[in-house]
Structure formats: structure tokens, C-alpha cells
Ligand binder design. Structure first.
Ligand code: FCB
Length: 450
């Protein structure tokens, strides 16, 4: 093991976990009264997902939940982050009718986790919007935000006595940009205006949900998870510095600033041509104190200030990544995580930080009883070290969750990219621990390397 520090080098009560999301692992898409989501529709639309894959079966976690939690116990995680499929609870998206069989599933999941001494961290929205709400406009319609707040309150009423931490949204940037601008994700829209209003309504739904959840259970620990990254400039030229600011506004501050300061960055006007439409009370609703900020970190971005970029991107040109790349083509940049945590501590000091996702895809291949994934182990070690550096330098980081527990349905890329600590054979649905699973287990048990 190359880690400089073991778990004892981190604050007591640190959350050590793994993360998953409902549509990526559950399967049972058409069973037990679950309603359809935008991802059922999207994945069944020809040409949207690589190889025509769908989440119909995924890892079949819905039927294998109990055995999967035994695997979590083997790992020794203190926390498990999963998401609740909104349409499994509310098939129409609205508070009535309630699908009690769907609720039962999450009751059993939470109870089993607690029985194993694992604290549940539940995400309320990891992209699977009930299809019925999309028919009425989805996130572009403000009513969806009200339905979300009602769903959030319901979940806290039912599970709030047992769930340790709640996350309202996972990566609103992706819901807005990939779902409504590039169209790579459900609902597959390509419209800048829809993007701006979807983002705003998602933020509003977050604010309303946090208030509704606290009204039910004032002690609930509630946060939101954003995908954030450091934006570096390739040089010190004035135009590069401007490009860095623009990209930072687009990638990070678009969500951070309304949540923590009640205002959008003015750079959105440069990017979209005008600022988002905001009703008088909206910003104060969005800016609600949080118990933690969840951060999903995979890589950082280097931007260049002029059009000589070899790899142009919107809204500014970005440099072609250097050094080793993961199977996603993402650069390995652990220093970006350290810098990000320190930057957040400086610019948004009001909130504790939790890394709710970090991990890497590699082309794992089973080989005589084992699945060697040294690249993933190295990636994770380097990032845990970066977290430790940030903690040592004063960042208030309270947890770290690996993405992911199991190989799963990687959205538009289907089953082609493997992020799991456990390999899933998608023909037999057998789970096989990769070397990284043993590595994490040993780390969490303060053991020397396997
Ligand atoms: C994040 C998502 C997660 C997974 C990882 C690789 O953006 O939150 O569901 O797909 O990327």
C-alpha cells in the first residue's frame, strides 16, 4: 500500500463509504408498482445508449439487496450512499398514489444496513425523474420543484428516524447541461433556455425540499451533491485568466453561489446571453443553510485563453488532458481534489465538505480467480492522500465515498465502463471482488496490504 496515511490519519467520525444510484444498479424497472422514469424512456429510445443497453435489469440489486449489503459489511464501510428511485415510491411523481411496495424496499434496505452497523446516506434525486412529470415539462416546469419537495418530506417522514444523511440532488449541473443542453442524458433536450430554467427549478426544488424536510424532522442532516472541479489556466495571459473565470462560473459557481450566497454569478450572462429568470423570493428559498456540501470529484480542467486550443469546448476552449487517462478518457489529477477542497473552504467556509463520489473506470478483466485493478488502487490512494493533505491544511472534510460499490449502468455509456470495487458479470450477475475491494477492506480495517 502506498498511502501515506491510514484511516487513523483522518478525523474521528469520518464517513468512509461507497456510493451507488438507483437506476444504475436496481433493475426491476417494471416490477412491484414502480412507475417509469425519464431514463426508462431514454434508454429504450434507439441510438441514445451505447450498444442499446438499458437499466431494465442492471445489477438486479432490487432482488439481491440483502446479499449486496453482506458485501458492504465485508468491506467494512461505515456509510453507504444509495439513491431512492422517485418513481418507485410515487409512480406518477405526485404524492398520491404512494407505492407501498416500493417504500418497503427502502425500509428493508435501511434496516439491513443498520443491522450491519452501516449508516445510510440517501440521495433523493439521482436523475430518474418520474416520466409522468416529464410529460408536464419536467424540470423546466416549476411545478416539478413542488412535487420534489413533497416527495422529500414524505421520505423523511418514513425513513428519517433511520437515515443518517440526506442528499437532495446529485449533480444538478448534469441534470441541466447533459439533460437539456447537450442532450446526452435524459430527457435528451438541446435548448439553452430549457437548460437555464431546469437548473433554476432544480435549485429551487432543493431549497424547498430542505425546508420541507426540516419541517418534518428538524434534526435531519441535509446537503446537496455537486460535481465540482478545479479550473486551472494553461498560462498567465489575461485572456486565459478570463477564460478560467468563465469556466469556473459555468462548472462550479452556477450552483455554489445561489446555494451559499443567494445569487447567480454574473458570468452566466456572458455564457447564455442573459441571466436566468428569477422570481422575487426564489434566491432566499435556494439559500438555505446546509449540514454539508457533497462533492463528486473525478478530474479537473485546464483551460486555454485563445482559439489555438486543440480541444475546443464550450463555453471556453480547454486543453487536451495530459498524462495517464482513465477508461473514460479523464485525466488523473488528485492535486485538483486537494486544491478544490481548499478553495471551497476559503470561498464557502460556512459548510462542511463530504466527498460523495470519487473513483475511476478501467477496463477490468477477470484473470484466474482475481481481478487485478492496480490502476484503480493507485487512483484511489492518490485521491485519499489529496484529501488528507487538504484536511491537514485546515479543510473541514467529513467523509469520502468511492464511486462505485458495483460495476453498473454508466448512463449513456451503458455497461461499457466499469467503476466498481466489485466486478459484475452482466450475464450471470455474479459479483466478484476486484483487488481494489480487498485493498479498501484492508485500509478500512487498518491492515497492512493484502
Ligand atoms: C457521476 C454520476 C454517477 C456516475 C459517475 C461516474 O457524474 O453521479 O452516477 O455515473 O459520474
Amino acid at each position: 500500500m502506498n498511502l501515506k496515511y491510514g484511516v487513523e490519519g483522518f478525523p474521528a467520525e469520518f464517513q468512509w463509504g461507497v456510493a451507488t444510484a438507483a437506476y444504475q444498479i436496481e433493475g426491476a424497472a417494471f416490477e412491484d408498482g414502480r412507475g417509469l422514469s425519464i431514463w426508462d424512456d431514454f434508454s429504450h429510445t434507439a441510438g441514445r445508449i451505447l450498444h442499446g443497453d438499458t437499466g431494465d435489469v442492471a445489477c438486479d440489486h432490487y432482488h439481491r439487496m440483502s446479499a449486496d449489503i453482506d458485501l458492504l459489511e465485508m468491506l467494512g464501510v461505515t456509510h453507504y450512499r444509495f439513491s431512492i428511485a422517485w418513481p418507485r415510491i410515487l409512480p406518477e411523481g405526485k404524492v398520491s398514489p404512494i407505492n407501498s411496495t416500493g417504500l418497503d424496499f427502502y425500509q428493508r434496505l435501511v434496516d439491513k444496513l443498520l443491522e450491519k452497523g452501516i449508516t445510510p446516506t440517501a440521495t433523493l434525486y439521482h436523475w430518474d425523474l418520474p416520466l409522468a412529470l416529464q410529460t408536464d415539462g419536467g424540470w423546466v416546469n416549476r411545478d416539478t420543484a413542488e412535487h420534489f419537495a413533497e416527495y422529500a418530506a414524505l421520505m423523511v417522514r418514513v425513513l428519517g428516524d433511520r437515515v443518517g444523511h440526506w442528499i437532495t440532488h446529485n449533480e444538478p449541473w448534469c441534470s441541466a447541461v447533459l439533460g437539456h443542453l447537450t442532450g446526452e442524458h435524459a430527457p435528451g433536450i438541446q435548448d439553452p433556455e430549457a437548460t437555464l430554467s431546469a437548473a433554476h427549478n432544480i435549485l429551487l426544488s432543493h431549497g424547498w425540499a430542505v425546508r420541507a424536510m426540516r419541517a418534518v424532522r428538524p434534526s435531519a442532516s441535509v446537503g446537496i451533491t455537486l460535481n465540482l472541479n478545479m479550473i486551472y489556466g494553461q498560462n498567465d495571459a489575461v485572456e486565459t485568466i478570463k477564460a478560467v473565470e468563465l469556466q469556473d462560473a459555468f462548472a462550479n459557481r452556477w450552483y455554489l453561489d445561489p446555494i451559499f450566497y443567494g445569487q447567480y454569478p454574473s458570468a452566466l450572462e456572458t455564457i447564455f446571453g442573459h441571466m436566468p429568470a428569477v422570481l422575487p423570493d426564489d434566491m432566499s428559498q435556494i439559500q438555505v443553510p446546509l449540514d454539508f456540501l457533497g462533492i463528486n470529484y473525478y478530474f479537473s480542467t485546464v483551460v486555454v485563453g485563445n482559439s489555438s486550443a486543440t480541444n475546443p469546448a464550450w463555453p471556453v476552449p480547454v486543453a487536451r488532458p495530459e498524462g495517464p487517462l482513465t477508461a473514460m478518457g479523464w485525466p488523473v489529477m488528485p492535486q485538483g481534489l486537494r486544491d478544490l477542497l481548499l478553495r471551497l473552504s476559503r470561498d464557502y467556509p460556512m459548510v462542511p465538505l463530504v466527498i460523495t463520489e470519487n473513483g475511476a473506470a478501467y477496463p477490468d478483466v477477470p484473470s484466474t480467480g482475481t481481478i487485478p485493478d492496480r490502476d484503480r488502487i493507485r487512483y484511489l490512494e492518490a485521491h485519499i492522500d489529496a484529501v488528507h493533505d487538504a484536511v491537514t491544511q485546515g479543510a473541514n472534510v467529513q467523509g469520502y465515498y468511492i464511486w462505485s460499490f458495483l460495476d453498473n449502468f454508466e448512463w449513456a455509456l451503458g455497461y461499457a465502463k466499469r467503476f466498481g470495487l466489485f466486478y459484475v458479470d452482466f450475464d450471470t450477475l455474479q459479483r466478484i471482488p476486484k483487488e481494489s475491494a480487498f485493498w479498501y477492506r484492508d485500509f478500512l480495517h487498518h491492515l497492512p496490504p493484502f
